[in-house]
Ligand binder design. Structure first.
Ligand code: H2B
Length: 87
């Protein structure tokens, strides 16, 4: 978790989550579209929700019933994608 300091560990430590705030829905959905394509490519998919300019993402590995290196990698990817949306 030291590698992804902006993410919070779930209560049972089997997942981690982060809220992302954008300027508007268009930016939020563009981010989600980019992430969706990356997730499909890696066959590792987010649990997420979106309300207007806010996207909440949870990573867990269902196959392992917990957190794996892949979740860390995807969280890092979210962080770096999100940086591009910051002005
Ligand atoms: N995504 C996530 N987050 N965890 C998984 O265990 C997982 C996945 N498994 N995407 C993949 C799909 C698996 O179900 C398929 C069959 O590869």
């Amino acid at each position: 978790m030291r590698a992804v300091p902006r993410w919070s560990l779930g209560a049972d430590a089997t997942s981690m989550s982060r809220d992302f705030l954008f300027t508007d829905f268009t930016q939020a959905f563009a981010f989600m579209t980019q992430l969706a394509l990356a997730a499909e490519k890696r066959d590792h998919h987010p649990e997420w929700s979106n309300v207007y300019n806010r996207v909440n993402i949870t990573w867990t590995t269902h196959d392992a019933a917990g957190l794996t290196q892949l979740d860390i990698a995807m969280a890092k990817l979210c962080d770096s994608l999100f940086e591009r949306y910051q002005q």
